[in-house]
Design a protein. Structure first.
Length: 201
């Protein structure tokens, strides 16, 4: 009789492995982290990692795959708001706030190292950026129509610039001197978007 697979148990084990791996990849780097270390930190047996994931690269990708539903849900919470500028700034706050995760700087470094060698990882990162940019573009277009956002810039290009500003917060994060990047990121995006002559408070 075939063994029944419990989908919830599988999901829980995969999540435990992903979270354990994130901390190790961030502090030790991708190359120096072993499947045995990941399993031990997740509280599982040494062979568990490759039961739930095809290989170590798939474990690393799973960290960034988690961002897609999280960011999709974030955009959905704000996409129908009337005040589009406030909605954009709240999204920016949430995305830049992810820098506060102690693992974030190290994971960004490893992402940049790995992405040229893993087409599937590149596809995950591009899909995440595409979904976030699409939501921001929708809000930018509506805000321009309302006269609340500067109409002098193309909304799609502006959305990509906003995401680049957030990426810069990750790239400039110093794990030895952690600080909250949100006030500076929010001010930068706010000043970019406000029409000339508007109240900048």
């Amino acid at each position: 009789m075939a063994r029944t697979v419990d989908p919830q148990r599988v999901a829980e084990r995969r999540t435990a492995i992903t979270h354990a791996a994130a901390g190790l990849f961030a502090t030790q780097g991708y190359e120096r982290t072993t499947a045995a270390q990941i399993a031990r930190k997740a509280g599982l047996t040494s062979g568990s990692v490759f039961y739930y994931f095809q290989d170590k690269a798939a474990v690393f990708r799973s960290i960034f795959e988690l961002s897609i539903p999280e960011h999709t849900e974030l955009i959905s919470r704000h996409i129908d708001r009337t005040d589009c500028l406030a909605a954009i700034l709240d999204i920016v706050d949430a995305l830049a706030g992810e820098v506060l995760d102690p693992a974030a700087p190290g994971l960004m470094v490893e992402l940049l190292r790995r992405i040229e060698h893993d087409e599937e990882l590149l596809a995950v990162a591009m899909e995440d950026a595409r979904l976030s940019a699409a939501g921001l573009t929708t809000l930018l277009e509506r805000g321009i129509d309302q006269g609340r956002i500067d109409s002098g810039f193309d909304p799609e290009e502006t959305a990509r610039w906003i995401l680049s500003i957030i990426d810069a917060a990750f790239l400039n994060a110093d794990p030895d001197r952690p600080h909250d990047p949100r006030p500076l990121v929010r001010a930068t995006v706010s000043r970019l978007l406000r029409p000339i002559g508007s109240d900048d408070r």
